[in-house]
Design a protein around this ligand. Structure first.
Ligand code: FAD
Ligand code: GLY
Length: 379
């Protein structure tokens, strides 16, 4: 059992793990280079959408996503109770809509696959979709209703987690960048940019897309994460316009939050660490959003930004022990980091606390790429 845990990175993943550890009575310190919760976790849309985002080749990840969604209501309740703050968990469901014949065909294929997998989804005509959500476009040809795909307000979530972690006894050092990890089986450590060496019983690296930038990794242990840029536009609800469900069109999604924000996203671009908001990116989003919810035309825009999704080589997360002694990894959550917060936080906390890897974590071992390489017979 770990006596003292150090976490590098105070995003939703680092804060979530920290929260679950301090609840179990494990002294935990998070080092965050800026203010906790202000990087990718702040820039997301907050959708908890395993059914809408199911990919044909990613069934193992789907089960993991689904299990995390199942744990969300309890997790939200715990975080809210510990912090006294709402995370705005909303369960109205998601409408996936098609705006022309090609999109309807693609949606039909997705729906067939969802049905084969036994998902709780319903095929709707455009008219039926408008009965559920009156502000979707009158000319929509078809829709799939996914009532189990929910959402939270990710900005409120990180704020609540930050409070909950500290209220329950965690130590949070903000404005404190970690420069290096120092592997060691018994007393792994981190070295801060200020030159201080801090040891623990376990070090958890949860620095999102920046996890690979730390000194101290070897070529074999470096987290294989890369940034995938997503541009977003935030509008304000203005009556009579209203939206209750998450609406996903072929080119854009819209997630309405209870405080009146409507978050619309997102591009998906391989641009390294560039976070420029571009005219082309905004144009694509506005056009894609307007096609499916034309009423956004009159809404005030109050923010635009670009975030960086931490993507691994196979787009599944990197969770568990690394081959660097004493170092545990929790990153690579790509498009699903908010959805995957409860299961990541609980299962990594359990691993650190008991030393045992659960069946849930096994498929997502950070060592899977080097294991695959070493088991390939040489030519
Ligand atoms: P981060 O939130 O980036 O946290 C990492 C932290 O580590 C940061 O605070 C950073 O400052 C800190 N850090 C980095 N280096 C150091 C260092 N050397 N020392 C100390 N601290 C350091 N997911 C969903 O589930 N649903 C969605 O709807 C959704 N929408 C998205 C939309 C967009 C546009 C994007 C970009 C992502 C979206 N995601 C969504 C994905 C989700 O946001 C991420 O998977 C998740 O936020 C990753 O969390 P994290 O804690 O790993 O990373
Ligand atoms: N999951 C939504 C996104 O990554 O844009």
């Amino acid at each position: 059992m770990s006596e003292q845990v150090i976490i590098v990175g105070g995003g939703v993943i680092g804060l979530g793990i920290g929260f679950e550890l301090v609840r179990r009575g494990t002294p935990t310190t998070i080092f965050e280079r800026d203010r906790a919760g202000r990087a990718t976790s702040y820039q997301a849309a907050g959708m908890l959408a395993p059914d809408a985002e199911i990919e044909f080749e990613e069934l193992e990840l789907y089960d993991f996503n689904r299990e995390s969604l199942r744990r969300w209501p309890d997790f939200a309740e715990r975080v809210e109770a510990a912090s006294g703050k709402s995370v705005d968990y909303r369960d109205e469901g998601t409408l996936i809509v098609a705006d022309d014949r090609d999109a309807a065909e693609a949606l039909g294929r997705l729906y067939d696959f969802q049905q084969e997998q036994g998902l709780n989804v319903e095929w709707l005509t455009g008219e039926e979709a408008r009965e559920i959500e009156p502000f979707v476009a009158p000319r929509l040809s078809a829709a799939v209703y996914a009532p189990s795909d929910h959402q939270v307000d990710n900005r409120r979530l990180v704020d609540a987690l930050r409070t909950a972690f500290r209220t329950d006894g965690g130590t949070l050092h903000e404005d404190t960048p970690v420069e290096a990890v120092v592997p060691d089986a018994n007393t792994p450590a981190v070295r801060t940019a200020g030159g201080e060496r801090v040891t623990g019983d376990r070090v958890v690296v949860a620095a999102g897309v920046w996890s690979r930038d730390l000194d101290g990794w070897t070529p074999d242990t470096t987290p294989p994460v890369r940034p995938v840029k997503g541009q977003m536009i935030q509008m304000r609800r203005k009556r009579p316009f209203d939206l209750q469900h998450v609406v996903r069109g072929p080119e854009a999604y819209l997630a309405p939050k209870s405080d009146g924000r409507i978050v619309m996203g997102a591009t998906s671009e391989e641009m390294g660490f560039d976070t420029t908001v571009t005219a082309g990116g905004l144009y694509d989003l506005l056009e894609g959003g307007w096609e499916v919810v034309p009423g956004i035309r009159d809404l005030p825009v109050d923010e635009t930004w670009a975030g960086l999704r931490p993507a691994s080589r196979d787009h599944a997360p990197l969770l568990g022990r690394t081959s660097a002694p004493g170092l545990v990894m929790a990153t690579g959550h790509y498009r699903h980091g908010i959805l995957l917060t409860p299961i990541t936080a609980e299962e990594i906390a359990r691993l650190v606390h008991t030393g045992e890897t659960s069946d849930w974590l096994r498929p997502f071992s950070p060592q899977r790429f080097s294991e695959a390489k070493s088991s390939t017979p040489s030519a």
